[in-house]
Ligand binder design. Structure first.
Ligand code: C5P
Length: 241
């Protein structure tokens, strides 16, 4: 999987296999990969992932595992034959769980004779505000909790985190140049924000230090998804120039 600042991962948010494959084919070659999440996986399962991967797109399998270490390790071994480029867990599952995920990813890849996936963590879901965190007994400000969990993720040996656009610059300063920052909530000026509240333009997010931009509807809801990708890629290149 190409790793460069500002690579696009298209979020294929659908339960429909044919539609997901169409989107993957339409954007092939112009994006760093595709993201398949719970919506797709719960409907189409591992076989659906295999069929999307057949289009040649590297896959970020966004299943956000969060369970006891033994179970998460088993789940990571379970998806390893799908050869995802990136898998993720919740950092709130703790360091032992994160290390178990990483070890399982490496062991399973070695057994299969393939490169291990990048293992990254979700810190605080961006749908949660300070009040929501207080209600579940976590009294710190969301941004402090994000920094704490991102540091724990790095100490646990993982490759990076998923973060909101407004966290990129701080986390890049905290965690250094080599830690992967994967960012949803990205919107070109010409696309509708939809339900995304705190959005950032693709060029800005890449310039702030995001490695991968997860972008769904501005591409998948466009009349011509391939043209939308080209337009976004130009914005990213233009901002970097
Ligand atoms: O269509 P849109 O560009 O909003 O899609 C963004 C993708 O990133 C969706 O798959 C969404 O679930 C995911 N995501 C997000 N915000 C987060 C975490 C994931 O939008 N904090």
């Amino acid at each position: 999987m190409q790793t460069r600042r500002g690579g696009i991962l298209v979020a294929l948010d659908t339960t429909d296999l044919a539609r997901a494959r169409d989107w993957a084919r339409a954007t092939a070659g112009a994006v760093a990969g595709v993201k398949l999440g719970l919506e797709f996986f719960t409907a189409q399962g591992p076989e659906g992932v295999r069929q999307v991967a057949e289009t040649g797109a590297p896959v970020f399998l966004d299943l956000k595992f969060h369970d006891i270490p033994n179970t998460v390790a088993g789940a990571i071994r379970g998806v390893a034959p799908l050869r995802p480029a990136i898998v993720n867990v919740h950092a709130a599952g703790g360091s032992v769980m994160m290390r178990a995920a990483l070890d399982a990813a490496r062991d399973a890849a070695a057994q299969l004779g393939v490169a291990p996936p990048k293992v990254i963590a979700v810190t605080v879901l961006t749908s949660l505000g300070d009040d929501d965190l207080a209600a579940v007994g976590q009294p710190h400000k969301a941004e402090d909790q994000v920094r704490r969990l991102a540091a724990l993720t790095q100490e646990s040996g993982l490759d990076g985190v998923v973060c909101s656009p407004r966290e990129i610059a701080q986390l890049r300063r905290d965690l250094g140049a080599d830690f992967l920052l994967v960012t949803p909530g990205v919107r070109p000026g010409w696309a509708a924000a939809g339900d995304q509240k705190r959005v950032m333009a693709p060029g800005e997010a890449a310039a702030a230090g995001a490695d991968y931009l997860v972008i769904g509807r501005p591409i998948t809801a466009a009349a011509d998804p391939a043209a939308a990708v080209r337009r976004i890629a130009q914005e990213i290149t233009g901002a970097a120039a």
